[in-house]
Write a protein that binds this ligand. Structure first.
Ligand code: ADP
Length: 297
């Protein structure tokens, strides 16, 4: 099975300052950091760290070298990533001493994905291959339909949630991965059981994975539902928890683990991530996750 993550690549520019600027105010900040990100990149890294052979597709601008280099050094295949003339997608994030933040997102090259580029990439895949998508780029609906028509295994993390997601073809999805907020917005239900049931009804068979933050995660398909608690850790930064979970869960499942085992492995990987600040850079490798599982189970 070939594995393709088709999604966003972002540069996060983080400015740390004692307080956030008021309207019209100019402040000098004491710290500036650049981080790699984007849900597509994070999930490709997670799959790769879990042990999968992964290719990433998506677009970066003329300033995107650091993202491609980061993926390459992690072991993700980057030859399908397209360069565009403009800027790479990026976020400007202002953080104050109390952890409060303000953010501006510029989607840049992530919104320059065209149907022609999608077709060119999908031509290299066939029935039975896995595609993983999110919702930070253009053409997600097109990719869901085309990949499904080809008979690929379609995994979708409809994040970050925007109302347009409600119009996308859920019936093309084989494995839907949502957090509580996304699940609620799409299904209109609040509790895990009716929520997963409502989502499964809108899909064409398949499975739903619902993550519940510090409460763990749930897997549901036509055969029933299984729930696994989160590991008890001191969480300092939950950024990237869901992306780490997604990569580890999918890799475990395609390696033949049961849904319950896959949930447990994914909960372990994401528990490790929440104990450290940052996202893509903190996704643990398989040995670290296995060691954590041996220590905690
Ligand atoms: P997202 O980051 O997409 O909002 P969640 O917040 O549901 O997703 O987190 C994904 C997974 O990360 C959870 O299912 C859980 O396994 C793990 N996780 C998140 N927060 C914590 C926490 N405070 N303690 C332990 N594990 C956590």
């Amino acid at each position: 099975m070939k594995i393709l993550v088709f999604g966003s690549l972002n540069i996060d520019k983080v400015y740390t300052m004692p307080s956030l600027p008021m309207q019209g105010e100019t402040l000098t900040c004491k710290r500036y950091e650049v981080h790699v990100g984007g849900k597509g990149l994070n999930q490709a890294v997670s799959l790769c760290k879990a042990g999968a052979d992964v290719s990433m597709a998506g677009c970066v601008g003329t300033d995107g070298d650091l993202l491609v280099e980061f993926l390459r050094s992690t072991g993700v295949h980057t030859d399908k990533i397209q360069r565009t003339e403009g800027f790479t997608g990026h976020a400007v994030i202002l953080v104050d001493g109390n952890g409060q933040n303000q953010m501006v997102m510029y989607p840049g090259a992530n919104w320059e994905i065209t149907p022609e580029y999608c077709d060119k990439i999908l031509d290299e895949y066939e029935a039975g291959d896995l595609i993983l998508l999110q919702y930070e780029t253009t053409q997600v609906g097109y990719l869901l339909r085309k990949a499904h028509e080809k008979g690929m295994l379609v995994a979708w993390n409809p994040s970050a949630f925007v109302p347009a997601i409600l119009d996308e073809p859920l019936e093309c999805v084989d494995i839907l991965l949502v957090n509580e907020y996304e699940g609620q917005c799409i299904s209109g239900e609040c509790a895990p059981e009716p929520m997963t049931a409502a989502l499964l009804r809108r899909m064409n068979g398949g499975a739903v994975v619902l993550t519940l933050g510090g409460e763990g995660a749930v897997y549901a398909d036509a055969g029933g539902m299984v729930r696994v608690p989160a590991f008890c850790v001191d969480a300092v930064d939950t950024t990237g928890a869901g992306d780490t979970f997604t990569g580890y869960f999918l890799h475990s499942l395609i390696c033949g683990k049961t849904p319950e085992e896959a949930l447990r492995t994914a909960c372990a990987a994401s528990a490790i991530v929440v104990t450290k600040p940052g996202a893509a850079e903190t996704i643990p490798d398989r040995e670290t996750v296995e060691c954590f599982l041996r220590a905690h189970c």
